[in-house]
Write a protein that binds this ligand. Structure first.
Ligand SMILES: C[S@@+](CC[C@H](N)C(=O)[O-])C[C@H]1O[C@@H](n2cnc3c(N)ncnc32)[C@H](O)[C@@H]1O
Length: 283
């Protein structure tokens, strides 16, 4: 496989590809991080056995299925339960109890969470399990989980996972929150009552929060393994959106590899050393 520094995929060439795909097929590749886009182009070029960049460039212009395959390869739909153990441990031991204490004290009876870019739902179900475990009588919770991919959301809603996928889930949580169906495990309908899965594009400029949430006002937003794939301007757009719909004392969690993106973008303050958790800056 060619290296991503292959001069054939120069900045100018990438600009041509983005323009070509937009003009020929109406697909927009411009939001993507250029290094990631280059890697995906090289993979697709190898997958269709195109001899050289020019051959692949020609194919992209002519073939809508190939342009769509390229676009699909840019949306990596993968998730795991309790994917970042340190972040989830901090949520369980520090941040969620703190938010719950504050809710109890202030008499606001609902904790609101957004899993943004939830893929097949494991992240949302992981938080729902923690919240259900930490539950206080006077505080309910509502979890909005969104993704741009309806097929991924359909899987998330169905809540059916393999035994292998539950590898990071504690045995007592498996027993309490899943029931066995043949070789698979299905999320308990009682837990599903608190979680809403809906389509939402984080790059959408016409809304500031997912319509299902009505007014945002989230105490916690998880946006993990999403920012990563976008150009700085798009990362900024997503982070500003999240910032606007977080409550003043709210927290943002990203993947560890995205910590630098949040720090550079501004508007958030690190809230933990061991994981990529941020508080909202007041101004
Ligand atoms: C790698 S998965 C991460 C899933 C989960 N957050 C996790 O960390 O396990 C990235 C997800 O983000 C979604 N995504 C990417 N860009 C998006 C956008 N602009 N709006 C909504 N979802 C997006 C993809 O469809 C994919 O399901």
């Amino acid at each position: 496989m060619k290296s991503v520094t292959d001069p054939c995929w120069s900045e100018a060439r990438l600009t041509d590809v983005v323009e070509q795909v937009r003009r020929s097929h109406g697909l927009d590749l411009s939001p993507f991080n250029r290094v990631f886009l280059t890697k995906s182009l090289i993979k697709r070029q190898a997958a269709v056995s195109a001899e050289c960049v020019d051959d692949y460039f020609g194919l992209l212009g002519e073939s809508l299925p190939e342009a769509m395959a390229l676009q699909l390869s840019l949306f990596i739909i993968y998730s795991e339960f309790f994917r970042n153990p340190l972040a989830f441990s901090l949520l369980e031991k520090v941040f969620l109890p703190q938010i719950l204490d504050e809710k109890e004290r202030s008499g606001h009876g609902e904790i609101r969470v957004w899993s943004a870019g939830c893929a097949t739902g494991q992240e949302a179900w992981s938080v729902a399990i923690l919240l259900n475990e930490l539950q206080r009588k006077s505080v309910s919770f509502r979890l909005i989980a969104t993704d741009r991919s309806e097929p991924a959301l359909a899987q998330a809603r169905a809540g059916v996972y393999s035994a292998e996928a539950l590898g990071n889930v504690r045995m007592r949580h498996v027993k309490r929150y899943f029931s066995r169906q043949g070789e698979s495990f299905v999320v308990d309908p009682g837990l599903a009552e608190w979680v809403n899965f809906s389509v939402y594009d984080l790059l959408d400029e016409s809304t500031i929060c997912p319509p299902e949430s009505i007014f945002g006002n989230f105490d916690l937003v998880l946006c993990c393994n999403v920012l990563f794939y976008y150009r700085p301007q798009m990362q900024q757009r997503i982070l500003q959106k999240i910032r606007r719909c977080l409550t003043p004392g709210g927290y943002l969690v990203t993947d560890e590899a995205e910590r630098g993106i949040v720090e550079t973008a501004g508007g958030f303050l690190p809230a933990a050393q061991l994981a990529s958790v941020f508080g909202k800056m007041s101004k």
